[in-house]
Each structure stands twice: as C-alpha cells, then as structure tokens.
Design a protein around this ligand. Structure first.
Ligand SMILES: Cc1ncc(COP(=O)(O)O)c(C=O)c1O
Length: 406
C-alpha cells in the first residue's frame, strides 16, 4: 500500500482562520497601517499574557535578539554564549554587534543548555547568555540566571519556540516571558511558530530601562523629545539645537528600522486569543506520538526534565525523534524521502551552529567542541506538529513512521 497520499503534512505550519483574516482586513481599512494603535494593543496583550511589565514588538525574532543584544550593551570584545542546537539567529545576534558568539553543549535528555554546560563553556569575557527553550521546553532558568548573574552576564532567553510555556520554581508557576530569571525574553512569530504575525517578534522584559532601550534601537535610536530618557543627557549634547518644538527628534544611538506593522499586530492579537488552545492541541499530538513511539526499537522520544517539583508545561513547537538510522538500514535522507513519498514532511532541527562555515572560519570552531550536540544532530528528525492536524493526520504519521522500522 504505497499509494501517494494527496494531503501533504509539512513539519509545521500556521493556523489562520476567518477571525484572523477579519482582524487583518480591519487594520487595512483603518487609518494606521504601521506604528498605530494595534501595535500598542498587541504589546499590552502580550505583556499581560506573559505577566511581564513590557513587551516591545519588532519585525521578526532575529531583530528581537539583535535589539536585546544592543539593549544589553554587548560590544566588540564581549562574548555571548548560546546553545549549539538552535537556529542561526540565537548566535548571529552577538556577531551583529561585533561581539563573539560562542556555544555551550546541550543536555542529552532535554536538548537544552544547562547551568552546567554553560559553566563548562564559560570564558572571562562572557557578558551575555542566550539559553534557547528548544522545541518549546523551558530551560532551567533559575539555575542559569544564578550562574550568569554571579558572573555579571545579561540573560536573554530565546523563547522563539516556547511562548505559552511555564515552569515551577519555589512552589509557584512562572510563565515564559514574564519570570524573574531572564533580563529579556525574545519571541518569534514566524508562521511555523505557535502563534504567527506572518513575520514578527518581540522582546519581553520587567526592566523599564531595558524596555526603553529596546524601543530606542527598534526605531533608529531616535527619540521625539530631546534629552529624554534613553538618550545622552550630557549638557553639551542636549544643547546642540536651541529651538525645540513638538516636531523635534534626536538620535544619540545607532538604531534600526525594526518596526512591526499594524497589519501584523492585528493578526498577532487575534492569534494570541488562541494560544492556549494551540498549546493544548500540540500537547495532545505529542502525547499520541509518544504513546506510539515509546517502545519502538531504534527510536528515542522527547524527554522532559523537571528542575522544579512539577514537570514544566512544555509549549511543544517541534516534535523531534532521535532515530538510529544505521539500525534502520537507511540514511536520514532516505528516511526523509520515504516519508515524503507518503505525504509526511520532516525537517532537521538543527545543524550545530558552531559547525557552520562562518563560525569555523571566524572563530576556529569545529567538530568535538560540543559532542552531545553533534551526536544529537546525527540522529534528530522533526515530525509534523501543528494544531490543524486532524486525528487522521496524526494516525497517518504514526503508521508510516512505524513502518520504517519493519
Ligand atoms: C530558536 C530561534 N531563534 C530565533 C529565531 C529567529 O526568528 P525569526 O525567524 O522570526 O527571525 C528562530 C526562528 O526560526 C528560532 O527558531
């Protein structure tokens, strides 16, 4: 029975319904296409959902990380430590500001960096750590923050995968984006992520100063009122223009145009209302996959660690199986093609970033630097996971993956 299935299941995709479409159409008909009321409304709703003081929305998750690095004051001569298993952007943001991106190994169970792996990779010039909540599983943030703060490094949690997640610490639940163990948390709203704005991202923080700096760098480093907070207050600089009307603007830092539009934020506001439902549906699919694959030979299902007393709520973004391809008698490429022929899309998350040609050339990194990450990479494969998958879709994926082993 190898008839091709008509419906193709990608590894991830957006879930956009009529309400989302109506929300965007409403923004299109309004007076504001960008920098309008929907941007502020989205930021307020996002901050409220996460329990953070501030949310600053930007054009994409990469820009969110770049802005966070700028707000943290990272500069040439500084180093930022992130996970070897992540998307390029978690590391590249350090290089954007002239700092050095460096990598810590992952825990073999959660595929996340830990305080232990960060400590092992630490050098004297580390000024920022970028733990990544891989696949939606929150890192052990209290332990990571304790290490980073003792050593004077800013904590920027890359939560591109984990919006809607939470973990327990000290007898209480803490939400990703709002808890006290990250100085800043970044999200991505790319269409494969749990909620989307098309392209989009945000920085969440409880610090008034960092939020102000993020807003500054998002918009050319420009403020409307001279001498306003976030700009230089030196007398000589304040007096460079003696006539100051409401039209006046001043740039004292080099920023970017990373502004998000009202169209994107209209979609984001509508998607945010469905976030908890999306997280629940993703968890149901993961539970079905786990039950089906737990005892399958040559396959390792995802594991969840419990640094607190209770298992964290993982906001599953990816479903990654580790497969012993040699035991299956096929290469990963052959397995991916076989699944594809049967309508099942897969992806590899991720190639260890320190093995990328840029990082080898620039910093001399190479194989052996993060051995757990490198071994993980040899075996990882992400299966389809998104809320719009039907029960039949999930059964189909299970059937064809089980058949691989036979
Ligand atoms: C872990 C991680 N960090 C950062 C990003 C960058 O986000 P964006 O694609 O919105 O720029 C992504 C998105 O792929 C990601 O998965």
């Amino acid at each position: 029975m190898s008839a091709r299935r008509k419906k193709f299941l990608p590894y991830g995709r957006q879930d956009v319904d009529g309400r989302d479409v109506a929300a965007v159409a409403g923004a299109l008909r309004s007076d504001w296409l960008t920098t309008g009321p929907r941007v502020e409304a989205f930021e307020t709703a996002l901050a409220k959902y996460c329990g953070a003081r501030h949310a600053v929305a930007v054009v994409n998750g990469t820009a969110a990380l770049h802005v966070a690095m700028l707000a943290a004051g990272l500069k040439p001569g500084d180093r930022a430590l992130t996970s070897a298993i992540t998307f390029l952007a978690s590391a590249n943001c350090a290089e954007f500001v002239g700092a050095t991106a460096d990598f810590a190994d992952i825990d073999p169970r959660t595929y996340n960096v830990t305080a232990g792996t960060l400590r092992a990779a630490w050098k004297d010039d580390v000024r920022a750590v970028v733990p990544v909540d891989f696949a939606g599983q929150p890192c052990d943030m209290p332990a990571i923050a304790a290490l980073a703060r003792k050593r004077g490094a800013t904590v920027i949690e890359d939560a591109s995968h984990s919006i809607g997640g939470r973990f327990e610490h000290g007898g209480q639940w803490h939400k990703v984006g709002g808890h006290a163990w990250a100085d800043m948390t970044t999200f991505s709203f790319h269409p494969v992520k749990t909620i989307t704005t098309g392209e989009g991202g945000a920085i969440l923080t409880n610090s008034d100063r960092l939020a102000e700096r993020c807003r500054l760098f998002r918009n050319h480093g420009m403020v409307k009122a001279a001498g306003a907070a976030g700009t230089s207050r030196k007398k000589s600089e304040r007096q460079w223009n003696s006539e100051k009307g409401p039209w006046f603007y001043e740039m004292s830092e080099l920023g970017f145009n990373y502004r998000i539009t009202d169209l994107q934020c209209a979609l984001g506001l509508s998607q945010l209302k469905k976030l908890d439902r999306f997280v629940r549906r993703r968890a149901e699919i993961v539970a079905a996959y786990n039950a089906a694959f737990a005892s399958q030979a040559g396959v390792q299902i995802p594991q969840v660690a419990s640094p607190g007393a209770r298992t964290p709520r993982v906001a599953w973004h990816l479903y990654v199986l580790q497969m012993d391809f040699a035991r299956l008698g096929q290469t990963r490429t052959q397995v991916m093609q076989r699944l594809r022929d049967q309508g099942v899309g897969t992806q590899v998350h991720y190639i260890p970033v320190h093995l990328q040609p840029y990082y080898r050339r620039r910093h001399g990194y190479g194989p052996g630097k993060c051995p757990v990450a490198e071994a993980y990479y040899e075996r990882c494969l992400s299966l389809p996971l998104y809320p719009a998958m039907t029960g039949k879709d999930v059964e189909h994926v299970i059937r064809v993956v089980r058949k691989l082993a036979k």
